[in-house]
Each structure stands twice: as C-alpha cells, then as structure tokens.
Design a protein around this ligand. Structure first.
Ligand code: GLA
Length: 403
C-alpha cells in the first residue's frame, strides 16, 4: 500500500475491501473514493448562480462494491455496521430514510436520467467527519456515483457521464431524494478536486477553472478548526436564506442575485420596492451575495496574478463579517474562533460551509499554526466550550477508483 493511498486517519482501500469480505463473504470488484471539502471563499452564492472557490480535502469516503442479484445491500461502518436494503429498479424518494438515502438517491437519480442501474453490495467507510460541515454527504454520493457509473456501464451507444454530469446526478439525489435544498458546490468539488489546486466554479454555467494554491511553497497553512458547535435549526434556516435570496432577485427583476449590483440591492429597502417590512433583511441578504461574489473574483484575481496568498487574508475575514452581519448564518462558536485566529496572527479567517456550526478556516504562517490553534483553544476554554479539532487543509484529488 503506498502512503498516498492511505487516508490521514488510516482508512485504506485494503481495509475496506477486507471489511467487505467480512460483510458479504466474497471480494468486491473494486474500491472507489470521494473527498469532503472546505470552501476557501464564496459562501451561499452557489444557489444564486454565483461563484465559489472550494478545495477537496484528503479526508474521503470509501466504498467497496460488487454487483448483486436480488436487491441492493449497503453496509456502513460509519453507522455501527448497519445494513440497509433497497431495490435499484424500483426505489423512489421516501423509501429509504437516514444515511442510506444518499446511496439510494444516487441510484434513483441515475435511473431517472435514463442511465443503467444495477443492484450492488456496498460497504461504506471513511474519515470525513459527519456533521462538521465538510460535506460528508456529498462525498458518499460522489463515491457511489463513480462506482455505479463504472459497474453499470453506459447505455448502448452512449458515452459514460462525465464528472460534471455525475455531480449533477449526486446533487439531484441530495435535493430530490434526501430532500435537502442545497446548491451544487459540494458535489462539483468532490468530483473535480485536484491536488494543489482550488476549484473555481461558476455555478451558472458549471464552468470550472483550477487555480494553483501553493501553501507549502509559501510556508502557509490553511488551518481548519472544527468548532464542534452543536448544530441548531440548520435545515429550516438554510431554506429560509434560499427563499430570501429568491425573493430579493424577483423584486429586483433579475434572474438571480448574481446579476444584481450593489446599487440595485440598496433599493430593496426603499418604500415601493415591494419588500414591505422585509426590506432591510432582504437588502442585507442580497448585499452578502453580491459582495461575496466580488470577493471570490478578487481572490481568484490575486492568485492568478501570482500574488503571495497572504494577500487574500482580508477578503476571508470580510467574508466572515458579511456572513455574520448581513447573512446571519454564524453562531458564537464560529465568530469567537475566527476573531481569536486573526488576533493570534492569522492573515484571515472565516466560517466555511453552510454555517450554524461546523468549521472555521484560518490562513496562517506554518510556524504560527500551533499558536493560532492554541489561542482559539484557550478562548474556547474561557467560554467553557470543548476544544476545536484542528487540521491543515491540503487541496487533494477528486473522486476516483482506488483499486
Ligand atoms: C452547504 C450547501 C452548499 C452551499 C453551502 C454554503 O454546504 O451544501 O451547496 O450552499 O452550504 O455556501
């Protein structure tokens, strides 16, 4: 086993294959993997046709798989070895609850798209923490999508779906089978991630550009601090933000907030805008999206021009302030971590992902990473909170077959 093939916490393709044999009594055909992600910048822009700039993590979900007769059986070591069964030919939304809906949803989305499906024996393991906002659900969907497309093959005379098509199918599973109204960022980066590079995605066109992000060459770390904050009210709040953005775009007469200007947005609070008592809130929601798109383009411009990545720090911190004050998706654990990281010498820090808990990222000199982690831990202790879990984010490869 090469060191490269070993995930940081030690989940290996060989180990997953061995567990498959223990669960199903024979060898899998192969092992596939897909990564979780952090988003460098571009938050709550992906459902507004805007820009995002995530990176795939070395943390990933692995699936060992083999075609099966007489129904699908999915066992997850991440769920205490629970096995869930469904029929690939007939499964529909509502049939499969819980974690296995992410698996069955992908099979359903393939079928809905007219792609061949088949029943599988599938064993799931991995080290993307669940519930930390690092897209463990997209990693599971995308690992299943790459496995299924290889095992079921393309329809006669048709080529295999490409990575963007697989990302759309995985998102369809999440939106229409699981019922989570997310944008498409997480699945796109899980499929299009590359070592050493960011994924610059235009969510209107699904156009991708990979941007070099050489942290080691600049003696930098992108530190991830998993706050382990208790998630509260997440589902309803995410949907409420989406609804606010859609309403703001409608009132402004633009297809999506990506098309609005700052001057447009300020009008939302005017009498006669049609927003009524919601004017101030809609103005602030829309202002976050418009300024966040501009920040993404600012970061991309700096990195493409070959600037020292330290230069992007203030844009990261400004993104956090906008998510806190205008979009209102932060919680005290996130604000405290971001502030403490910057006070301890990080060039910039912000929450990453949907918010209401999850992780903060901080850009720091490598020789300050331990001190920044320590500073956040101390402030957390003063609040009586458990310490954050810290690790550096290294841009890594997207979904692929391992064995
Ligand atoms: C969640 C969703 C993404 C995106 C982010 C916020 O992670 O899954 O689609 O909307 O929130 O940027």
């Amino acid at each position: 086993m090469s060191a490269e093939a070993v995930s940081p916490e030690g989940v290996t393709p060989g180990g997953v294959a061995t567990e498959f044999v223990a669960a199903f009594g024979h060898e899998p055909v192969g092992v596939w993997a897909a990564p979780g992600r952090v988003n460098l910048i571009g938050e709550h822009t992906d459902y507004n046709d805007g820009f995002v700039l995530p990176l795939a993590l070395p943390l990933r979900t692995l699936v060992a798989a083999r075609p099966a007769g007489g129904g699908s059986a999915v066992t997850s070591l991440r769920e205490a070895g629970e096995t869930v069964r469904f029929d690939a030919a007939t499964v529909v939304p509502g049939d499969v609850p819980g974690w296995a809906a992410y698996v069955a949803g992908v099979v359903w989305a393939f079928r809905e798209a007219g792609l061949p499906v088949l029943d599988l024996e599938l064993l799931v393991d991995g080290d993307v923490p669940v519930g930390a906002g690092l897209s463990s659900s997209a990693a599971l969907e995308c690992a299943v999508a790459v496995a299924l497309t290889e095992l079921a093959g393309p329809p006669p005379g048709v080529s295999r779906p490409g990575r963007t098509e697989l990302a759309r199918l995985a998102r369809r599973a999440e939106n229409d089978f699981v019922g989570a109204p997310t944008g498409g960022m997480d699945q796109m980066v899980s499929l299009h991630g590359e070592a050493g590079r960011l994924v610059f995605l235009d969510t209107r066109t699904d156009g991708i550009e990979h941007i070099a992000f050489d942290l080691a060459g600049h003696d930098l770390d992108l530190l991830v601090l998993d706050t382990r904050a208790p998630h509260a009210l997440v589902d309803g709040q995410y949907g409420a933000r989406r609804a606010d953005c859609a309403r703001a775009a409608e009132l402004l007469g633009v297809p999506a907030l990506r098309d609005a200007t700052l001057a447009d947005v300020e009008r939302l609070d005017d009498e006669g805008s049609g927003a009524g008592p919601d004017g101030d809130r809609l103005r602030r929601r829309a202002r976050h999206v418009v300024t966040e798109d501009a920040r993404v383009l600012g970061v991309v411009g700096m990195l493409k021009a070959g600037n020292d990545p330290r230069a992007i720090g203030p844009l990261l911190t400004a993104s956090h302030a906008s998510l806190r004050d205008d979009f209102e998706v932060t919680v005290p654990h996130l604000d405290v971590a971001a502030d403490a990281a910057v006070a301890a010498g990080a060039y910039g820090a912000r929450m990453t992902g949907g918010g209401f808990g999850g992780c903060v990222i901080a850009l720091c000199d490598r020789d300050r990473t331990a001190a920044v982690t320590e500073a956040v831990t101390e402030v957390y202790a003063a609040h009586g909170w458990q310490p954050p879990v810290a690790f550096p984010a290294v841009p890594s490869e997207g979904a692929r077959r391992l064995t």
